[in-house]
Design a protein around this ligand. Structure first.
Ligand SMILES: *Cc1c(COP(=O)(O)O)cnc(C)c1O
Length: 387
C-alpha cells in the first residue's frame, strides 16, 4: 500500500492495511507466524522487523494491529488475549489507588465485575451513572475522577450515549473517555474521531465475526498511553496467539459487508417485533421511538445488529421463547454470522442481579446474524406465537 491508509474507504483498509503480500514468498494472506522466538544477527542484534520474542511482538499480531488502527482511524492498536484483558490493561494503566471512575448503568457485566471485585481491592473507587444523562455524569465527576467508561449502544438495553459530549465533559474535568466500541464496531462508529481517548474492543464479537475466537484490542492516538499499554502487556503477557490473531484478521476483512447485513436484518426484526402482540417493548436505536434514535443517527452509520425486547407475559414466557427458537441459538456472546438468543437476567447479566445494573426478567436479547431475514422472522414468530 503506497497511499496513506486513511485515504482508502473502510472495506479497502480492512482487506489491505498491514496485509501486503509476504515479501519472501508472495503469499497473499499474512502467514500464521507460529513461532515463539526469532533468530538474532548477533548478541543484542535483532534482524529486520526487530522481533525477538512473541510475547513482545509477533508479525501476525502486528498485521492485525495495523488493520485495527486503520479501521478506527487511530494511530496505535494493541491486540490482547480477550476483551477483558484489553479492558484490564486500560484500567491498570489509567488508574492508581485513590482514583475514581464513572461507569454506565448498563456497562458490560464482565467489566463491572472486574472493577467492582478486583480494582476496588486496589483502592480504586467508582460511581454508576446513566451516561445518556449528561447532568448525572457531570454531578458524578470528582476531582479524582480519571476515567469515564462508556458503551454505546449499551448491553442489553441498547441505550445511546453522546460520545462527543462525554469526551468534552471528561476533558473539562481532567479525565479521559474510554469507549467500549464492541457493539457498534468501527464500521458504524469511530469514537476517537468524536473525541474519545481510548477505544476498547472484544474482537470476539463482530470483528472476529464467526464465533470461533476470543480476543481484544485497544486503540488510541496517544503515544504515551500506547507505550504504557505496550509495557504492561509485555510485562503481564495477555497476548493473543498467532492463530487467534490470524482468525481475527480474517474476520476483519468482511466486517463491512457483514455489518450491512446484520443491520438490515436487525432493522426488519425490530420493526416486526414491535408490532407483535406478545412483545411489550423493543429496544433498538434504529426505531424512531427509541429515545436515543436521533443521537444514534448522528454518531453512527447504521444502528447495529443487536435487538432486545420484553415479553408481555413476563419472565417465564420470555424463557419459553428463548428455548423454542431453532435458528436463533440459545447462547451467550454476540456478533457472529449466526443468530443467537439469550435471557440476560439469567445468563450474561446474572452477575449483576441485585445491583444497580439488574435487568428486567422478561427481557430477551437477540444477536441478529446474517442468515436469510425471512427465515429469522419465521423462527421468532413461531416461538412467540407458541408462548
Ligand atoms: C464480550 C464483551 C466484553 C468482554 O470481551 P471478552 O472477549 O469476552 O473478554 C467486553 N465488552 C463488551 C461490550 C462485550 O460484549
Amino acid at each position: 500500500m503506497v497511499a496513506d491508509p486513511a485515504s482508502y474507504g473502510f472495506e479497502t483498509r480492512a482487506i489491505h492495511v498491514g496485509q501486503e503480500p509476504d515479501p519472501r514468498t508472495g503469499a497473499v494472506i499474512v502467514p500464521i507466524y507460529q513461532t515463539s522466538t526469532y533468530a538474532q544477527d548477533g548478541v543484542g542484534g535483532t534482524r529486520e522487523g526487530d522481533y525477538e520474542y512473541s510475547r513482545t511482538a509477533n508479525p501476525t499480531r502486528t498485521a492485525l494491529e495495523q488493520a485495527l488502527a486503520a479501521l478506527e482511524n487511530g494511530k496505535h492498536a494493541l491486540a490482547f488475549a480477550s476483551g477483558m484483558a484489553a479492558s484490564d490493561a486500560v484500567l491498570r494503566v489509567a488508574l492508581r489507588p485513590g482514583d475514581h471512575l464513572i461507569l454506565g448503568n448498563d456497562v458490560y457485566g464482565g467489566t463491572f465485575r472486574l472493577i467492582d471485585k478486583v480494582l476496588t481491592e486496589w483502592g480504586v473507587n467508582y460511581s454508576i451513572a446513566s451516561l445518556g444523562d449528561l447532568d448525572e455524569v457531570r454531578s458524578a465527576m470528582r476531582p479524582e475522577t480519571k476515567l469515564i467508561w462508556c458503551e454505546s449502544p449499551t448491553n442489553p438495553l441498547l441505550g445511546i450515549a453522546d460520545i462527543a459530549a462525554l469526551a468534552e465533559l471528561a476533558h473539562v474535568g481532567g479525565a479521559k473517555l474510554v469507549v467500549d466500541n464492541t457493539f457498534a464496531t468501527p464500521y458504524l462508529q469511530t469514537p476517537l474521531e468524536l473525541g474519545a481517548d481510548v477505544v476498547v474492543h472484544s474482537t470476539t464479537k463482530y470483528l472476529g465475526g464467526h464465533s470461533d475466537v476470543v480476543g481484544g484490542a485497544v486503540i488510541t492516538n496517544s503515544d504515551e498511553l500506547r507505550e504504557r499499554l505496550f509495557f504492561l502487556r509485555n510485562s503481564a503477557g495477555a497476548v493473543p496467539s498467532p492463530f487467534d490473531a490470524w482468525l481475527t484478521l480474517r474476520g476483519l476483512k468482511t466486517l463491512g459487508v457483514r455489518m450491512e447485513r446484520h443491520c438490515s436484518n436487525a432493522e426488519l426484526i425490530a420493526e416486526t417485533l414491535s408490532k407483535h402482540p406478545k412483545v411489550d417493548r423493543v429496544y433498538y436505536p434504529g426505531l424512531a421511538e427509541h429515545p436515543g434514535h436521533s443521537l444514534a443517527a448522528k454518531q453512527m452509520r447504521r444502528f447495529g445488529g443487536m435487538v432486545s425486547f420484553t415479553h408481555v407475559d413476563g419472565e417465564q414466557a420470555a424463557l419459553d421463547v428463548a428455548s423454542r427458537t431453532k435458528l436463533f441459538i440459545l447462547a451467550e456472546s454476540l456478533g457472529g454470522v449466526e443468530s443467537l438468543i439469550e435471557h440476560p437476567g439469567r445468563m450474561t447479566h446474572a452477575s449483576v442481579a441485585g445491583s444497580l445494573l439488574q435487568v428486567p426478567g422478561e427481557l430477551l436479547r437477540l444477536s441478529v446474524g446474517i442468515e436469510d431475514a425471512h427465515d429469522l422472522l419465521e423462527d421468532l414468530r413461531s416461538a412467540l406465537d407458541a408462548s
